[in-house]
Design a protein around this ligand. Structure first.
Ligand code: FE
Length: 165
C-alpha cells in the first residue's frame, strides 16, 4: 500500500502536465532562428531531455546539427526534410533520429508551415559544413531561452516553470 499520499498521488511524484499542444497565445512560441520557433511541453532537468513542438515556416532552416542521444519526432502539420537524406516527413510521419546522425532541417518551398513534436535526449550539437562544433543546446539552455522570451512578451519568467520537471 502506498504511504505519504497527497490525494491520489505520492507526495514525491512530480505533477503531471496536460496542455493544448498548439497554443492559442502566439507568445508561447519561443523564437529560435529566423522563421523557426519552439513551444516547450516538458523540460526534464533530471534526465537532460525535453519535449517540444518545432514550428518552421517557409524558408526557415534548422541549422546543421547532431544529437549524441536519440530523438523521436511526429509530424503534426506540413512537411519537411533533411538536406542530408532523400525522404520527406509529412503530416502523420514518425521520425527516429539515431545518435550521431547529422542533419539540417528544411521546409520545402511549397509548404507554408510545419509543426512537429520532438522528444530530444541529451543535446543538440550545432556543426558547420566541416563538422566543427559551433554551439549546443540542452534542456537548460532551452529553459533560459524560454525565460528570456517570456519576460520580453509579458508572460513572465516563471511561465516556463509549469513545463519543468
Ligand atoms: Fe535533429
Amino acid at each position: 500500500m502506498y504511504q505519504n499520499m497527497k490525494g491520489s498521488t505520492h507526495i514525491l511524484a512530480p505533477t503531471e502536465i496536460a496542455v493544448t499542444a498548439i497554443p492559442e497565445d502566439e507568445r508561447v512560441w519561443v523564437p529560435q532562428a529566423p522563421n523557426v520557433w519552439f513551444r516547450p511541453l516538458m523540460l526534464n532537468t533530471l534526465q537532460g531531455q525535453w519535449c517540444n513542438l518545432l514550428r518552421v515556416r517557409r524558408a526557415g532552416v534548422l541549422s546543421r546539427h547532431l544529437h549524441p542521444s536519440p530523438v523521436h519526432g511526429f509530424v503534426i502539420r506540413g512537411q519537411w526534410f533533411y538536406r542530408e537524406h532523400d525522404w520527406v516527413a509529412t503530416e502523420g510521419s514518425y521520425v527516429f533520429e539515431p545518435p550521431g546522425e547529422i542533419h539540417t532541417l528544411v521546409v520545402p518551398d511549397d509548404c507554408p508551415e510545419m509543426i512537429t513534436f520532438f522528444n530530444i535526449s541529451g543535446c543538440m550539437v550545432y556543426l558547420d559544413d566541416d563538422n566543427r562544433h559551433v554551439g549546443y543546446e540542452d534542456v537548460f539552455t532551452k529553459i533560459d531561452m524560454c525565460r528570456r522570451h517570456y519576460v520580453e512578451v509579458g508572460l513572465g519568467a516563471d511561465y516556463v516553470d509549469q513545463f519543468v520537471r
